[in-house]
Write a protein that binds this ligand. Structure first.
Ligand code: CUA
Length: 151
């Protein structure tokens, strides 16, 4: 009988351990530096800055990029930003959970419908960077990618 109690105890302890690891990994990877706020997913396309997605220069050293993710692509026209400047990405989704991941960078954001996820990043090297979705979002998931040009 005692063996059974210890077995149950072990399973519960393991579950708690995995839960803690899972929660901390999740918040570590996905909590945006700039905080997060919410909008009605149906009103994303009429809410600034997502009513006019793309690149906006804020001042000499700072650019803002607004992007809407949806199945199966990103509404993000003319993605060209300079190297060596702070780029502040604001990303949201209209339908399901996606990610906004820029290959070979530290930009890897989970994108939740109606939540604005923000990340600041400075590209060191000019070039073309692949943007992709690494959160399974449906049958067209593997076709969901875009490109950002750094000059
Ligand atoms: Cu969007 Cu996978």
């Amino acid at each position: 009988k005692y063996e059974k109690i210890w077995l149950v105890f072990g399973v519960v302890a393991l579950a708690i351990f995995l839960g803690v690891v899972g929660v901390s990994a999740f918040s570590h990877d996905h909590t945006p530096a700039g905080g997060m706020h919410t909008i009605d997913p149906k009103k994303v396309n009429e809410t600034a800055p997502f009513d006019e997605p793309g690149v906006t220069q804020l001042d000499d050293d700072t650019y803002q990029v607004a992007i809407v993710a949806m199945a199966f692509g990103y509404n993000a026209p003319d993605l060209r930003v300079p190297a060596g400047k702070e780029i502040i990405f604001h990303v949201t989704a209209t339908d399901v959970v996606h990610s906004f991941t820029i290959d070979n960078t530290k930009v890897n954001m989970m994108v939740v419908p109606g939540q604005i996820t923000t990340k600041s990043y400075t590209f060191e090297k000019p070039g073309k960077y692949l943007i992709l979705c690494n959160e399974y979002c449906g049958t067209g998931h593997h076709m969901m990618f875009n490109e950002i040009e750094v000059y």
